[in-house]
Design a binder for this molecule. Structure first.
Ligand SMILES: Cc1cc2nc3c(=O)[nH]c(=O)nc-3n(C[C@H](O)[C@H](O)[C@H](O)COP(=O)(O)OP(=O)(O)OC[C@H]3O[C@@H](n4cnc5c(N)ncnc54)[C@H](O)[C@@H]3O)c2cc1C
Length: 592
């Protein structure tokens, strides 16, 4: 037996918390939360309801609770509110018979949403079902609250782009009706650039800022006390696995504060994909090199809500929804040569977090212009192939709810680019390692790229250039590149690919008509490693958004919603806003 001392549960979480503080001090995300179990000797602040996280779930929760008469403190780890929602595309799938749907003559109802989002027969072309493992109770609550949530957002100042609901930006939102609404960017500054969008398109551009800034104003108007740079590090429960949740522990710039919640705590912390150990519970392949989490470095999906909840007995829920191969939990990058390459988010030098992002990346218009190689210098898949898909309006046409024909009509055609990228190179280690896009000076011209800072991140090792392929291989030095790229292998890969271009046939991976040779110096290697994105599994909740323990018992006084909650396979804003409203309503109605 190992001589190493086994940590008790309490010691484990305490040590994790110390490590987290050190990371926070270094200006990075804190990876874990501590259990602040038991009732502390002193309270520094108190409110009826304490909301943790000021994003798409937390702001509606806080406003709703405050408008229902509760005093509310919202603690937010970041320097500003918004979370991933503020950098989002602002496409929000609220249907079920909204006034916007009615105006456009679209038929929808709560029953139709419920039927769509629980349909066992809907599968993607790789056979993965989007909705089969959804928790029926949670989906019913969402279906019933979807249309009222839309009207609530309008009443709280959100301006929607004046056009009929459509399917743009949809991701597992149901097949039967167009439900995507679009929050207008208006004149608020975009976090990604530091500037508003062009005045000519402010009312027609969909953007998360158009959702968050009105909600921030509504929260302040409702009397919500927003505490920025206050990171929740643990939840207080009367006893480790029994009694009520009575407050939270917060780190405010190195000072620990205990905030009492007379009625309830609502965890709205935004998910777990930025926490390597936590995300690997669901997918062991997702090791450290997948460091370009979408939405970071603005706000961090560090699983702190989930860990704090679990430390007081909460269960996880709906784990399949995180590993199922659909949607955007894992994505192919849209930009290369930078750490943060999520396709729908490009950081610009004017952004308040550009110092952390360091580069904007080179947006790839045509994947014919590059080859992608793994850390051993070998190609692994057709570079033009896409990522996983998901079910949206008219994805299946004709669609008959619950019919075996829905699966029979789908052509089996697995989108396996990401699986091949994560496969590794045969060593007994998890993770596929860095993926490098290799291209030449001609590709730079065709794509109209400027492969220099601030477009690419040379200093931190996300983009390299050289006069020959062999030299390029030797230049690739990055902390996730465990061994040097073998120069002979990379040369051979390029040589073989160029031969495929001659005959217009990729004998290895079937890339359709490989078009361009990699031929003209200088040559480039740019980071093109897959990006992790949304969380679809988290704490177990019921229809009221109350958190439940491993015995299925409600943990009194603890609520959760959005990406930190489990049981609901859907990307994005709609489920978060709806669950925020549900949690806020029920939290405010608790007896103190
Ligand atoms: C680039 C991008 C584009 C997107 N586009 C769309 C889109 O068009 N449509 C769509 O439906 N969805 C979109 N999404 C997804 C959507 O933004 C998220 O699903 C949604 O914002 C999640 O809401 P949330 O409340 O769970 O988390 P968030 O909105 O991320 O809010 C969580 C908040 O909690 C804070 N927090 C975390 N831990 C703590 C702690 N311990 N203490 C205090 N505060 C804490 C965070 O700082 C953050 O502010 C997009 C996401 C990204 C990144």
């Amino acid at each position: 037996m190992s001589k190493k001392k086994r940590l008790t549960r309490r010691e484990f979480f305490r040590d994790a918390a110390v490590g987290g503080a050190a990371v926070a001090a270094a200006g990075l995300s804190t990876p874990t939360a501590a259990p602040a179990q038991g009732v502390p000797n002193r309270w520094d602040k108190a409110a009826d309801v304490v909301v943790v996280g000021g994003g798409c779930t937390g702001l509606p929760a806080a406003i709703r609770a405050a408008e229902d008469g509760a005093s509310v403190i919202l603690v937010e780890a970041n320097f500003d509110v918004g979370g991933h929602a503020i950098v989002s595309g602002g496409n929000i799938a609220l249907g079920g018979g909204t006034s916007a749907q009615k105006k456009a003559g679209i038929t929808d109802s709560p029953d139709l949403i419920f039927s769509d989002l629980t349909d066992w027969s809907v599968v993607q072309s790789n056979g993965f079902p989007d909705y089969r493992y959804n928790d029926r109770e949670i989906i019913r609550a969402f279906a019933d609250m979807s249309a009222p949530a839309y009207e609530w957002l309008v009443a709280h100042g959100v301006i929607f782009v004046d056009r009929a609901p459509d399917a743009q930006g949809g991701n597992s939102v149901g097949n039967s009706a167009p439900r995507e609404m679009h929050c207008a960017a208006m004149s608020w500054a975009q976090v990604q650039s530091g500037k508003p969008v062009d005045p000519a398109v402010q009312a027609t551009t969909s953007s998360g800022v158009g959702l968050i800034r009105p909600l921030e104003a509504a929260a302040k108007k409702a009397g919500v006390q927003i505490l920025l740079r206050h990171k929740m590090t643990g939840v207080f429960r009367q006893a480790p696995t029994s009694g009520r949740v009575v407050g939270v522990e917060v780190d405010a710039g190195g000072t620990k504060l205990n905030i009492r919640a007379r009625k309830a705590v609502i965890l709205a912390t935004g998910g777990s994909t930025g926490n390597v150990n936590f995300r690997r519970i669901f997918d062991p392949r997702l090791t450290e090199e997948y460091n370009g989490v979408a939405g970071e470095p603005y706000s961090f999906q560090d699983a702190s809500g989930e860990i704090a909840g679990m430390a007081v007995g909460a269960s996880l829920w709906g784990a399949y929804n995180q590993t199922g191969e659909f949607g955007a939990a894992l994505t192919k990058p849209g930009q290369i040569g930078c750490q943060y390459g999520y396709r729908n988010l490009q950081w610009r030098p004017g952004s308040p977090v550009f110092k952390l992002a360091r580069a904007s990346g080179l947006r790839v218009a045509d994947w014919q212009d590059v080859i992608c190689v793994n850390q051993a210098g070998r190609r692994f898949y057709d570079e033009t192939a896409g990522q996983f898909t998901s079910n949206n309006y008219k994805s299946i046409d004709p669609y008959v709810p619950g019919s075996y024909l829905n699966a029979a009509n789908i052509k089996y055609n697995p989108p396996n680019f990401l699986n091949a990228a994560l496969a590794g190179t045969g060593d007994p280690v998890n993770g596929g390692g860095p993926i490098w896009a290799i291209f030449d000076a001609d590709a730079v011209k065709r794509e109209n790229w400027d492969p220099n800072p601030p477009n690419v991140d040379i200093e931190a090792g996300y983009c390299f250039t050289a006069g020959s392929i062999a030299e390029l291989a030797s230049r690739i030095v990055n902390k996730y590149q465990k061994k040097p790229v073998p120069a002979a292998v990379l040369q051979d890969t390029v040589h073989r690919y160029n031969a495929f271009v001659d005959v217009k046939k990729d004998a290895d991976f079937g890339k359709p008509g490989p078009r361009y040779k990699i031929w003209t110096a200088p040559f480039y290697a740019a980071w093109a490693t897959p990006v992790v994105h949304d969380t679809r599994a988290g704490l177990r909740i019921n229809a009221r958004c109350q958190v439940q323990d491993l015995n299925g018992q409600v943990i009194p006084g603890l609520y959760c919603g959005g990406e930190s909650a489990g049981g609901f396979s859907q990307h994005g804003l709609a489920r978060c806003a709806v669950q925020g409203l549900i949690a806020g309503t029920n939290a405010a109605a608790e007896k103190p």
